[in-house]
Design a protein around this ligand. Structure first.
Ligand code: SAM
Length: 342
């Protein structure tokens, strides 16, 4: 009996300690990203020693040794003969290649920004909420880098799962992106569908400033126009073939009003595409790795006074507002698409 209890306690302690080990891995991966260490190691497929890595990056050799051992412990690096480190299998895609649809290099930076946990804790007593205009530039850039991976999965592969959509976009469509943020999706779409024209609307000035810069740098200014407005106030009449919303629909202050606005903005047969984190419907489903990460994102969502929604909630929303052919599919465990036609 006593032995059983000891075993159970050890098992339960393991649950806490694995979270602490995860924190160590998160910080280690984040440092590797910030200092360009994974990128450098990727250039040396036969391996690079910590000392050589330190010289290449102008860092302290002892510190780099400590970092590399921790990255090995977290299974993102491998070590070979003569203590030469290489990236663990597929880490070149997951941590280095920003265009890989499963890229995970941005998530640690977002998780470590004060907007996720610190500001929530600061406001735990007061319950005070903030909005995007009170978020730091690093957070907004980090979220945009994460959003970019969602766009990479969506354009063109995710869109191709919606019957008739790719044809419409390829022939030349008028597209509205609601909550376009820093513009990564507008650029990707404008490059993929050169016959189409695009409007981006967002409520946050700083995000739109970044979007403007990105469009200028990509030579796409003439193809895309930007408007600052809340989605609740933005209205258009039967003008668009597609309205896209990426990782933002759950943030609407009045989701019914926004959905009515989208319906009105679409041409007959026009598509509404909601690409978002699919939060579990029940608390029991929250104990998976993807749901644990989404539970972390919920701290920020609470800070801006909303919560991630389930796929079911979006299917009901589109049905309630008269959309036809409503359907949903998963792209990854943290990325689902719900769509319907006017
Ligand atoms: C999570 S970010 C995503 C931005 C972009 N779609 C991406 O994936 O990179 C959410 C964006 O939605 C905008 N937003 C949220 N609620 C809004 C609302 N009610 N009206 C207008 N913009 C809103 C914010 O300003 C922010 O830029």
């Amino acid at each position: 009996m006593v032995e059983m209890t000891t075993q159970e306690i050890q098992q339960q302690a393991g649950k806490i300690l694995s979270q602490v080990a995860g924190y160590v891995g998160t910080r280690t991966i984040n440092m590797g990203m910030r200092f360009g260490l994974f990128e450098e190691i990727a250039k040396h497929p036969t391996g690079i020693t910590a000392e050589a890595l330190a010289t290449k990056k102008g860092l302290d050799p002892f510190y780099v040794r400590v970092w590399a051992r921790s990255a090995y412990a977290s299974e993102v690096l491998e070590v070979g003969d003569s203590d030469a480190y290489t990236l663990a299998p597929h880490m070149d895609k997951l941590l280095v290649n920003q265009d890989f649809p499963g890229y995970l290099g941005a998530i640690t930076e977002v998780m470590l920004q004060p907007e996720i946990f610190d500001r929530f804790a600061d406001n735990f007593h007061s319950g005070q909420r903030i909005w995007w205009d009170d978020c730091g530039p690093e957070f907004i850039r980090g979220v945009s880098a994460t959003g970019r991976t969602f766009y990479n999965r969506l354009i063109p592969n995710g869109f191709s799962q919606v019957p008739g959509l790719t044809e419409r976009l390829t022939q030349g469509a008028r597209v509205l992106e609601t909550a376009c943020g820093a513009g990564a999706g507008l650029v990707k779409m404008a490059q993929a569908y050169p016959q189409s024209s695009f409007v981006g609307v967002d409520g946050d000035s700083y995000s739109l400033e970044l979007a403007g810069e990105l469009l200028r740098d990509s030579g796409l200014e003439g193809k895309v126009s930007l408007t600052r407005s809340t989605l609740e106030e933005f209205s258009a009449d039967g003008e668009f073939d597609m309205v896209l919303n990426n990782i933002s629909m759950h943030e609407c202050r009045d989701i019914d009003r926004v959905t009515r606005n989208v319906h009105q903005a679409l041409r007959p047969d026009g598509y509404f595409i909601i690409s978002d984190f699919p939060f579990p419907e029940s608390i029991e489903e929250c104990r998976t790795v993807p749901a644990r990460i989404m539970s972390g994102i919920q701290f920020f969502e609470a800070l801006i006074d909303d919560q991630l929604l389930s796929k079911k909630a979006y299917i009901e929303l589109l049905g309630k507002h008269g959309f036809r052919n409503v359907s949903a599919f998963d792209i990854t465990p943290v990325h689902a698409v719900t769509h319907g036609q006017k």
